[in-house]
Design a protein around this ligand. Structure first.
Ligand code: AMP
Ligand code: ZN
Length: 138
């Protein structure tokens, strides 16, 4: 499904032109218009999903192979020194466009990219609470 007022639906499906690095039936990878570094790209599924939590499993399973392919091409082609994959969900996490996307961010020695955080300490209370959430495999 596409969403009418979604800019990434329009870009992913070719209704709005973009600098496209890769395209297949399900994805388009474009250059970010406001790059954090040279080569900053976005992996866009063609089907709309607001975020990771509404992304179908089949699409989720295909995101990383596409990201790996294009990131590898950028990494080698631009002589990167490192690489970040970033994926934001929710405003507090930095999401500004509510169509799932994964950032491919090339890193260079002495670049000014900032994707860090201040490390905390895992408390016993938090650990117990989180482990008690369980899941299918634990
Ligand atoms: P996020 O903050 O994770 O939602 O990322 C949204 C990203 O989309 C930002 O890095 C923007 O620079 C980028 N962006 C927004 N509009 C466009 C556009 N029309 N074409 C390319 N990149 C865009
Ligand atoms: Zn969309």
């Amino acid at each position: 499904m596409k969403k009418d007022d979604c800019i990434f639906c329009k870009i992913a499906n070719g209704e709005i032109p973009s600098a496209t690095l890769y395209e297949d039936d399900d994805f388009r990878v474009i250059l970010d218009l406001n790059p954090a570094s040279k080569g900053h790209a976005l992996v866009l599924p063609k089907e709309h999903a607001d975020d990771l939590f509404s992304l179908p499993d089949e699409t989720a399973a295909r995101v990383l192979p596409v990201a790996k392919k294009v990131a590898g091409r950028l990494y080698r082609g631009l002589n990167c020194d490192g690489f970040n994959l970033v994926q934001n969900n929710g405003e507090i996490a930095g999401q500004t466009v509510f169509h799932f996307h994964m950032h491919l961010i090339p890193r260079y020695l002495k670049d000014t990219v900032n994707v860090g955080w201040k490390p905390g300490t895992l408390t016993e209370e938090d650990k117990e609470e989180i482990l008690a959430l369980g899941g299918e495999n634990v």
